[in-house]
Design a protein around this ligand. Structure first.
Ligand SMILES: Nc1ncnc2c1ncn2[C@@H]1O[C@H](COP(=O)(O)OP(=O)(O)OP(=O)(O)O)[C@@H](O)[C@H]1O
Ligand SMILES: [Mg+2]
Length: 259
């Protein structure tokens, strides 16, 4: 993973409804990129087009191109399941399989994507992924307990462990800390910081302090009005977006003068 993500002329539809129009952006590899903007402007929609999760909704489709590692993930013949193995996703609400054990939760994505691996290989993956998600020490003595027995913050880290178990190049996170308390939120932010050396991370957040704390670049999405498509207004270094953005809309939003 050296080239980041290049999105060119991307239009995103739900059936006939154009939800997000004409996105052109280059996302840096091995860095954290934050996406901000008001509710309904298309942040989650855009994020889901980066691993072809968008098109699982009937009628949903995209125009334009998304290149990851130089390869167009929408080119004919590309297997979306493979893309999702390369580009992992963590959702807003921690969604471990509640009755499945902690260990099996970590292995779930791997078992979906691959043929059988040996018990000792599995053990390695479980320890590496839980350590990577900064959860190993808390759960190593109860790997056979159900996923639901963990706290909210631990469950979110379990979902991160599940996502990194398949060794993706890119991690997409849609408001990963919105259901968490401040301590768990900071733990997730620390974790993202550690992970960015190995992964390209794109995070959606409503929390501007969080965007400012964790990301090196920020994209601001907005929409002109109800029923109109969302669009990427400005994309730049996080410092610039929050201190001296080029667009007035961005300034109004980041300074809380929006709407
Ligand atoms: N499954 C869907 N089917 C049809 N339209 C959808 C679907 N999901 C989202 N939309 C529409 O697409 C637009 C963008 O929604 P999206 O969820 O991407 O916004 P968002 O920026 O993530 O908002 P929030 O901050 O509230 O999460 C909205 O107009 C929304 O109603
Ligand atoms: Mg959203």
């Amino acid at each position: 993973m050296t080239q980041g993500i290049q999105v060119t002329g991307e239009n995103i539809y739900y059936g006939d409804f154009l939800a997000v129009r004409n996105v052109n952006v280059t996302i840096q590899p091995h860095a954290i990129t934050a996406l901000i903007g008001p509710s309904g402007c298309g942040k989650s929609t855009f994020l889901r087009t980066l691993n072809r999760m968008h098109e699982v909704i009937p009628g949903a489709h995209v125009e334009g191109s998304v290149k990851i590692d130089g390869e167009d993930i929408y080119a004919p013949g590309v297997d979306p399941v493979k893309v999702r193995g390369h580009v992992g996703m963590v959702f807003q609400r921690p969604n471990p399989f509640p009755t499945m054990t902690i260990r099996d939760n970590v292995l779930a994505g791997l078992r979906l994507n691959k043929k059988r691996i040996s018990k000792s290989e599995e053990d390695e993956v479980v320890e590496r992924s839980l350590s990577g998600a900064n959860l190993w020490n808390e759960v190593k003595d109860r790997l056979d307990a159900p996923g639901a027995s963990l706290s909210g913050g631990q469950q979110q880290r379990l979902c991160i462990a599940r996502a990194i178990a398949v060794r993706p190049a890119v991690l997409l996170m849609d408001e990963p800390a919105s259901a968490l308390d401040p301590i768990s939120t900071l733990a997730i932010e620390d974790l993202m910081n550690d992970l960015k050396d190995e992964y390209t991370i794109v995070i959606v957040t409503h929390n501007m302090q969080q965007a400012a704390r964790v990301s090196s670049q920020t994209g601001f999405f907005n929409l002109e009005g109800a029923g109109k498509p969302g669009h990427l207004v400005e994309f730049d270094d996080t410092e610039k977006i929050f201190s001296n953005p080029s667009q007035k809309e961005t300034e109004d939003y980041v300074s809380g003068r929006f709407g």
